[in-house]
Design a binder for this molecule. Structure first.
Ligand SMILES: [Zn+2]
Length: 143
């Protein structure tokens, strides 16, 4: 069991997660009904939540074979997209997301249900090395 899984099992108050994604080559990708977008190479963070079954949700994100359903599924199905780390938090997903630096590569990405005005739950942090983990995040671990 990886560190993030053990943490999620031990602490039921963990409800939000962030996937730290690296895209190793710039790519044009179709993201469901949102359309086609260019994703520069570099580092991205996707923020989501699951009040129940947090482990199952994150494991689904990490699985290569699955039905493409959410926007993030289309991104992670790309050959050059890799989840490098997972971090978990007790904070609401929108607060975590809004503290991230970076740019919004795809307006509306993962934000269909967002009521907090995030505009996107995917951020592009640029090509530089991944910054220090958010101090509110727990159990960040390599995948
Ligand atoms: Zn939000």
């Amino acid at each position: 069991m990886s560190d993030w899984q053990a943490a999620a099992v031990a602490d039921p108050s963990l409800c939000s997660y962030q996937l730290h994604i690296e895209i190793t080559r710039a790519r044009w990708l179709s993201i469901g009904r949102l359309g086609r977008f260019r994703f520069p190479a570099g580092h991205y963070v996707y923020t989501g939540s699951a009040r129940r079954n947090l482990v199952a949700r994150v494991r689904r994100h990490l699985a290569r074979e699955k039905t493409l359903r959410w926007h993030i599924d289309y991104l992670l199905a790309a050959r050059h997209a890799h989840v490098r780390d997972v971090s978990l938090s007790r904070e609401a997903e929108c607060r975590l997301n809004q503290r991230l630096p970076g740019e919004i590569p795809v307006p509306g990405f993962g934000a269909s249900d967002c009521r907090a005005g995030c505009r996107s739950h995917l951020r592009y942090l640029g090509a530089a090395p991944v910054p220090e983990p958010d101090r509110h995040s727990l159990a960040r671990s390599r995948v």
